[in-house]
Design a binder for this molecule. Structure first.
Ligand code: SAH
Length: 237
């Protein structure tokens, strides 16, 4: 059976679980002395460990060994998504992590009706860590926020393939299904994009992609585009 997995900042012979990870280990899973667990430090490695002591504000674990896990996607895929209302951004982050996104950027744009603050961003990063653990990834993708749409687009500089899901485009400007190399994908919020926003993306090297004749909800569009791209990159098979 797969061991319960926990993220820690640094690996040493003796490590303490604190904060969210402590709460999960102690209060939810009720782990105790002798429980075997796995630790992740975000480097791609996984460490086997055993709980040695449970205290009020920390759980001490002893690291036994290290193994390289190979569950991370071979290609970097960066999802840029307009901030969504309610808990829709959380849903999109969770699915993007499962599908193998390496990084997630959330941005505000002209027709975006959701707002962001430090708490919400921390919550999104927590969702990313939980999703990473659940789907057996060894790295939790970082979620970053851009107040300015232009900055979000510029954060994709250097990606070999830059795709822009455009709801008012009749035909894709080149496919999304057979790519190689790092990819940056842009998907709008519920309000969609303005013509000017699409034009700006094109000047920065993005290609417009149509996802068909129906207008998908933003979270559906993000999941669909990510799935198409990941499949094309050889990941989802
Ligand atoms: N409010 C807009 C729809 C926004 S849909 C309208 O009424 O037209 C939210 C986002 O999902 C869009 O900005 C786009 O990035 C993506 N999307 C949804 N359907 C799409 C489609 N058929 N093709 C390409 N992108 C799509």
């Amino acid at each position: 059976m797969a061991r319960n997995r926990f993220f820690v900042n640094e690996i040493a012979e003796e490590v303490a679980l604190t904060g969210d990870e402590l709460r999960h280990a102690k209060n939810v899973l009720r782990l105790g002395e002798g429980s075997e667990i796995a630790l992740l430090d975000g480097s791609g490695a996984e460490y086997s460990a055993v709980v040695t002591r449970v205290e009020r504000d920390r759980m001490l674990v002893h690291v036994l060994g290290r193994s390289e896990e190979d569950r991370e996607p071979r290609t970097q895929v960066y999802l840029l998504l307009g901030a969504l209302k309610g808990d829709k951004t959380e849903l999109a982050v969770q699915k993007a992590v499962e599908l193998g996104a390496a990084k997630i950027g959330v941005f505000s744009s002209r027709y975006c009706a959701a707002y962001m603050n430090a708490n919400k961003l921390e919550r999104l990063n927590r969702v990313s860590r939980e999703a990473a653990k659940q789907c057996m990834r060894t790295v939790a993708p970082e979620v970053v926020y851009f107040e300015k749409y232009g900055e979000a687009l510029k954060s994709a500089d250097g990606y070999q393939n830059k795709l822009f899901a455009c709801e008012f485009l009749e035909k894709s400007e080149g496919g999304a299904e057979r790519l190689s190399g790092p990819c940056a994908l842009v998907v709008g919020s519920e309000g969609g994009f303005s013509e000017e926003e699409f034009a700006l993306a094109k000047t920065l090297g993005f290609r417009g992609v149509s996802l068909g004749k129906r207008i998908l909800r933003a979270e559906t569009a993000a999941i669909a585009l990510l799935s198409i791209v990941m499949y094309g990159l050889g990941e989802l098979r």
